[in-house]
Design a protein around this ligand. Structure first.
Ligand SMILES: Nc1ncnc2c1ncn2[C@@H]1O[C@H](COP(=O)(O)OP(=O)(O)OP(=O)(O)O)[C@@H](O)[C@H]1O
Ligand SMILES: [Mg+2]
Length: 301
């Protein structure tokens, strides 16, 4: 059976400005299950935001398809909520109206008061309360704008939440608080999340699975790493879990070395180019009692 969100043989080429084409990624294929929290990690320029724009329906790939819940993704929809890398708020609307705008479209039967109450609740959740919600985006700091953009996406309860480095402009404390809010929202609703980040620790804290991209051009999703740390997770406690540093080291190794070595190569299964599935679990007894190696298994999914 197909996963809830299925990315099939996605290729993106752009004109390189010198008369030929730049292949950003080629035949990228992977799936995301309903309710899953998937994070994508990869170096700058490998094509993460491009993939996200395609998932959001804001850009068309050169070839390949995205299917969500049995339907091909074509154009934007309220089913997919996006937090962009550059926030993208509507500059002529106040903070509150930037949020109510989408809520009204999502819930056309709601009264004005109910829409405002709902939007205000989500703004408060990201720490924006009082006068500030009546200010325009140009009167806010970068971190505040990013929080408005997060509140706007969360308030619409999309079937798929797409987050492009949503916490990049936030200080460590706010970042921690909003990560916790995101986990709470994700835990309460059957929310499917696809998120881009550069922060390995944030990825381990939040994700069910981390997709690792090789460097571009001709990047691909090379590995899908399961995060074998039980939930609920607390940032202060997960570092003590026996799998934490094993997973972290694997990710650091990939980003530091293998993302470059694997660049431009296809998988064994060059036909579909699906990522290799990696499961690291130090708490599992080895299948073979002779095998004293850490339980690292890689199989093609
Ligand atoms: N509209 C476009 N026209 C031409 N080239 C583009 C276009 N959009 C993106 N690119 C190129 O595609 C590549 C991937 O860009 P993308 O923004 O997806 O990278 P990214 O992985 O999100 O990087 P970062 O981590 O820095 O945000 C880059 O080389 C970029 O220059
Ligand atoms: Mg990007």
């Amino acid at each position: 059976m197909k996963p809830y969100l299925s990315i099939e043989k996605l290729t993106q080429r752009f004109p390189d400005g010198a008369g030929s084409d730049l292949t950003v990624f080629e035949n990228a294929s992977f799936g995301v299950e309903k309710g899953e929290f998937v994070v994508i990690l990869g170096h700058s320029g490998c094509g993460k935001s491009t993939i996200m724009n395609i998932l959001a329906g804001l850009a068309d790939p050169t070839s390949g398809v995205v299917v969500m819940d049995g339907k091909e993704v074509k154009g934007p929809s309220l089913d997919r909520g996006v937090v962009f890398q550059n926030y993208s708020l509507l500059p002529w609307l106040t903070t509150l109206k930037n949020v109510t705008f989408g809520v009204k479209a999502r819930y056309p039967d709601w009264s004005k008061a109910k829409v405002e109450e709902h939007a205000t609740k989500f703004l408060a959740m990201v720490g924006l309360e009082g006068d500030v919600i009546h200010r325009k985006p140009s009167q806010l700091s970068g971190g505040m704008r990013q929080r408005v953009s997060i509140a706007r996406a969360f308030a619409n309860h999309p079937k798929l939440l797409l987050l492009d480095e949503p916490f990049g402009a936030l200080d460590a404390l706010t970042r921690g608080t909003i990560q916790d809010e995101l986990l709470k929202i994700w835990g309460q609703m059957e929310q499917t999340v696809f998120m881009i980040t550069h922060d390995i620790d944030e990825a381990i804290l939040l994700a069910d699975r981390i997709l690792l991209m090789t460097n571009g051009p001709q990047a691909r999703v090379a590995e899908s790493v399961e995060i074998t740390i039980p939930r609920p997770r607390k940032r202060t406690e997960i570092v003590e879990h026996p799998n934490y540093y094993a997973i972290r080291n694997h990710l650091v190794q990939f980003l530091g070395k293998r993302s470059k070595e694997l660049a431009g190569q296809l998988t064994n299964d060059g036909e579909t180019n699906r990522p290799e599935y990696v499961r690291i679990d130090k708490t599992e007894a080895p299948d073979d009692p002779e095998d004293k190696q850490p339980a690292l298994r890689a199989v093609n999914s």
